[in-house]
Write a protein that binds this ligand. Structure first.
Ligand SMILES: Nc1ncnc2c1ncn2[C@@H]1O[C@H](COP(=O)(O)OP(=O)(O)OP(=O)(O)O)[C@@H](O)[C@H]1O
Ligand SMILES: [Mg+2]
Length: 240
């Protein structure tokens, strides 16, 4: 298994938010985590990217244990995250922000090649290269954040609510971008508030509720599960 979480407990000062999470992700698949607000979806991604250390449990990535590594060490292994909130440096230019995605690379020819690749994929990186990132709309910033994360040629991409707050056109572009990343064989773990869209895009789905995995399986199984209907309406699942 490419990525595996076993019995993960993690949280903040108020106590555990994740209460024994198990998750298995195969290489080249997309896993969508859905669930109500506060279920712990972003916390799962924070644990994976090293921003939060699990209190208990084990995480293996490509055969090595990564629980407790620093965010930088995890990034060096090729795990990148696009955060739920916007994360570009607003007073730096678009291109400077994108180049930051490659700060770990020391091969300048490689950086130029990657920059060229992401410019092809996201024209805005070229057309607005010298504009301050803060002058872009929220949707445009989201595309630049995707471009920045691809500069590292990541092996695992963590996307936290990539479609949140986007206008319909940028939303479509984000969906297309995710599909492109999938067809180039990338492994993605996605958190999506828009559960139907997220699950439809994904290979597998995981329903989190109160820090526990409530349901998991191929995306169609989750979409067709009658109990999950509540989730689409933004409520919690019925108590079984
Ligand atoms: N930095 C923090 N310090 C303390 N508590 C936090 C922190 N971040 C999140 N929490 C709490 O942990 C719980 C889970 O939060 P998390 O952000 O993982 O939920 P989520 O499923 O991503 O929700 P949403 O759909 O609103 O993004 C919530 O109760 C939240 O208030
Ligand atoms: Mg969240």
């Amino acid at each position: 298994m490419f990525l595996k979480l076993h019995n993960i407990y993690a949280g903040y000062e108020g106590g555990d938010v994740l209460k024994g999470i198990d998750l298995a992700v195969e290489k080249g698949t997309t896993t969508c985590i859905v669930g109500p607000n506060g279920a712990g979806k972003s916390t799962v991604l924070r644990v994976l990217s090293g921003l939060l250390k699990p209190r208990l449990g084990e995480i293996t990535f490509d055969g090595r244990s990564i629980a407790g590594l620093t965010p930088r060490q995890i990034l060096a292994l090729g795990i990148v995250q696009v955060q739920q909130s916007h994360s570009l440096f607003p007073s730096m230019t678009v291109q400077e922000n994108v180049r930051l995605g490659a700060f770990m690379l020391h091969d300048s020819a490689l950086v130029e090649r990657r920059l060229h690749e992401v410019e092809e994929m996201f024209p805005i990186v070229k057309t607005r290269a010298r504009d301050k990132a803060g002058s872009l709309s929220g949707g445009q910033q989201r595309l630049v954040e995707f471009a920045r994360c691809l500069m590292l040629d990541p092996r695992l991409i963590l996307l936290d609510e990539p479609s949140m707050g986007l206008d319909p056109r940028t939303f479509k572009q984000v969906v297309e971008t995710i599909k492109e990343m999938q067809s180039s064989g990338r492994t993605i773990v996605l958190v999506e508030q828009n559960a139907r869209t997220g699950l439809s895009l994904s290979t597998n789905g995981v329903v989190l509720e109160s820090g526990r995995v409530r349901l998991e399986g191929p995306h169609a199984d989750i979409l067709n599960n009658p109990e999950i209907g509540h989730l689409y309406l933004g409520g919690t699942l019925s108590k079984a």
